[in-house]
Design a protein around this ligand. Structure first.
Ligand SMILES: [Zn+2]
Length: 383
């Protein structure tokens, strides 16, 4: 493999970069019960270089592993959707798992011609066609912020947008109507007016024409933070967008902000070693852990959201991609806390794994846990 224009980007050569990477990957240690431990296997959790290395490794894995038996293979991080003749399944799984001891795959087979992958349910038919629809875990409650609750109108509209957009993005033509009907009835159950779905549908269609050419995945030229004044602020945002400037709206004083200060806000802010949950108005949430004071970590998330720094917080990516969703900063939940890093990461991973997949913004499920631990944790939570 040759990187043609490496010299344009850095004065380091490939060997030097490799050596630096080795330093980053091999000098990971952590403290547990006042003893120092060195990590022997795998990339360090939380290190910015880890996801890149993991992805490079998976690409290498795929180059070694894939042959004509796998008629279709798509991977998202460590979830793979694959089409293979059923008679090859067992031997292929054995083969894949024999390649690298650290990569052990498990398989889930279609049921009645359908198989969920991430948020999508893929179904196949006898004539060889396939269709996709929105997949909801059986534990999903279909409960959203009530239309009658005291939230700004754009907050409630954001929920409708999120659901309608998901319907369009994930549904085949034939399942779209069903999904939109579902969204309609769920919203009406939560008190939303009947007309709101069509209103949002039309707005999204109009907007799609405008933004098709631009992409959100670049870092902004600059960020403007302005107070939210209905309709005016959106206009300013549109104008600035054309110049590559992202606008974020300062949360104004709402009744809920004033009323929810019953608890002493400093009591949790100073907690060190928290496992926490930050929620968005739409019901999605992020679970994290930090060895520093919770208040400081939350401030970092806030700043990432305001400036659109996706790499610094998955919350930022969510806020920007969903189009000005509002994060419920004053409802951050302290799930658990622990001074020991390993213990904290185990707890974090348990909380992530026990949450419905389609609601977490977490990009991975944290520390790898044995299925036994997860089963024990799930059993515990039922009691
Ligand atoms: Zn949201």
């Amino acid at each position: 493999m040759k990187d043609e224009n490496l010299d344009d980007r850095t004065t380091l050569n490939a060997e030097q970069i490799t050596n630096l990477l080795k330093v980053c990957l091999r000098t990971t240690y952590f403290v547990f019960n006042k003893e120092y431990y060195e990590q022997q296997n795998g990339a360090a959790m939380g290190s910015p270089v880890s996801p890149i290395v993991a992805n490079l490794f998976m690409e290498h894995f795929e180059e070694t592993a894939l042959d004509t038996r796998f008629r279709f293979w798509k991977r998202y991080v460590d979830d793979i959707f694959c089409i293979i003749k059923s008679e090859f399944l067992d031997e292929s799984l054995l083969f894949l798992n024999s390649l690298f001891p650290s990569i052990q795959l498990t398989s889930e087979v279609e049921k009645n011609g359908s198989l969920p992958f991430l948020d999508v349910l893929v179904s196949r038919f006898d004539d060889g066609t396939m269709k996709t629809s929105v997949h909801r875990k059986s534990t999903h409650t279909d409960r959203y912020i009530s239309y009658n609750s005291n939230h700004a109108p754009h907050v409630k509209k954001g929920i409708v947008k999120c659901l309608v957009r998901r319907a369009y993005n994930l549904s085949s033509e034939s399942s779209l109507k069903n999904e939109i009907d579902h969204v309609r009835s769920v919203l009406s159950m939560n008190g939303y007016p009947r007309s709101i779905v069509d209103k949002v549908k039309n707005e999204l269609k109009k907007k799609k024409k405008q933004v098709d050419t631009t992409t959100l995945n670049e870092d902004p030229v600059a960020t403007a933070i302005i107070p939210y004044v209905s309709t005016m602020s959106e206009r300013i945002r549109k104008i600035l967008w054309d110049y590559g400037i992202r606008t974020s709206f300062k949360t104004k004083t709402t009744l809920s902000n004033l009323l929810t200060k019953v608890k002493d806000p400093t009591s949790n802010e100073n907690k060190v070693g928290a496992v926490y949950k930050i929620m968005c108005e739409c019901g999605d949430f992020y679970i994290g852990e930090s060895g520093r004071a919770l208040g400081i970590r939350i401030k970092e998330h806030k700043s990432a959201c305001e400036h659109g720094y996706f790499t610094k917080s998955p919350l930022a990516e969510h806020v920007w991609q969903e189009g000005s969703h509002v994060i419920l900063w004053n409802q951050v939940k302290l799930l658990d806390f622990s001074q020991g890093m390993v213990e904290r990461r185990v707890k974090e991973a348990i909380y992530i794994n026990m949450s419905p997949n389609n609601l977490t913004m977490n990009r991975d499920s944290g520390m790898e846990l044995s299925p036994l631990v997860l089963r024990a944790a799930r059993g515990h939570s039922h009691k």
